[in-house]
Design a protein around this ligand. Sequence first.
Ligand code: FRU
Length: 470
Amino acid sequence: MTSDPHRPRYHFLPPANWMNDPNGLIQWGETFHLFYQYNPAGAYHRNIHWGHATSADLLYWQHQPVALAPTPGGPDADGCWSGCAVNDYGTPTVIYTGFRLPEVQTPCLAVSHDGLLTWQKWPEPIISAPPPDLDLLGFRDHTVWREDGRWAMLIGAGIRGQGGTVLLYRSDDLRRWEYGGPLVIGDAGQFDPVWTGTLWECPDFFAVNGDHVLICSVWDQRPYYTIAMRGEYRDGRFTPSLTHKLDYGDAHFYAPQTMPIRDGRRIMFGWVMEGRSEAAVLAAGWAGVMSLPREVRLANDGQVVALPIAEVRQLRGAEQQVAPGPIMPGAPQWMPIRGAHLELEVIMLPPPHGVASVWLRASPDGAEATMLRYDRAAATLTLDRSRSSLSHEVWRDSHHAPLPLAPGEPLRLRIFLDGSLIEVFANDRRSITSRIYPSRPDSDGVAVQAAGNPAELVTMRAWEMADIWA
Ligand code: FRU
């Protein structure tokens, strides 16, 4: 397994098998806990358990025994689906979705008395059924917080014929809940600025700088992307004034969850799903990676953005630097940088008319290369995966992030490469998270290229990143 070149080294993932959503993120004492959707039987989504890992610094992780497993005959007989963790006056408590075939989803609760290692399930579902007056698609995934001396909870859902929604509940004891109506209802994209699908999964809801932010993952037959809505929360209703994709890698950044930590930051992890065929995933024996730990912020243009926490710099090893200079239009200019587990910092001035690109994970003949391209006229950053692999088993669609630059503003990129994972952060206001599967061992080169007019390379630095499992 360690010789698998597509396996990340400085991102969290279980030793083997299937992982999807982060769950139950919580800081307890000096320890951070990360639970996750996990199938211990193989690299496919079935019979979901809660895997568990702990960390003192959000960078290095210890694997822990499985925390929740389905109970035969119980409301979670066919899966312990996504949910959250709270501190119930000193008792670690998780609220999750019990899943039973064919399609029953019921809110469940469990508590731990041994430091979050083993969990005792509450005998009954905490909500027996969804509100009867709603024709719902899905009733799953939970976020819970304190408000006005009570507990409040959101559950993800969709209203048939209308759109995605999150349903608000309130409680005094986490076990008996009163329904408080939909917090907000999407309109399946008819009027929303981005298409918001038929069902919202994995809601998260919190205040940032006085505003409220609702994060949901948009589903419609399949995962699409994660959206962030910024707006006003009053009297149990949320009125978004800004809706956008949270990450522009589409389905590859999905079902994120956040936790507030004691130093005041709000930390986010997202599930970075695979982008290759089921057969290729089964052959690899593992599926799914967590994003880098990110901090949620409001960008200078008002969008919600999640950027790598400052501590990620501790993973930097040997540094490679490139002299600045012009990038003349034409063939790619190769950089003296190689590697498959790198952080790259690239600052360039793209041409006013034309395009500047960075080639990543590129083979010397350019047959394999992933191109990150900025087009100033289109004000768009594109991650082009069309040549990212010679394999036919991989997804090749491109990702596009709208990124207007002010006159004279350079393009500032932080790029994280880790086996098959790529995370791009641009100008502290956009991110593109995705997967690429170069097939050649020499596809580890970096180049820059300009088209139309010269561009200018201001800075290029690269660091070999630590292996967090070594
Ligand atoms: C999101 C999701 C959740 C669900 C879980 C099941 O990826 O579909 O809505 O609870 O995964 O594993």
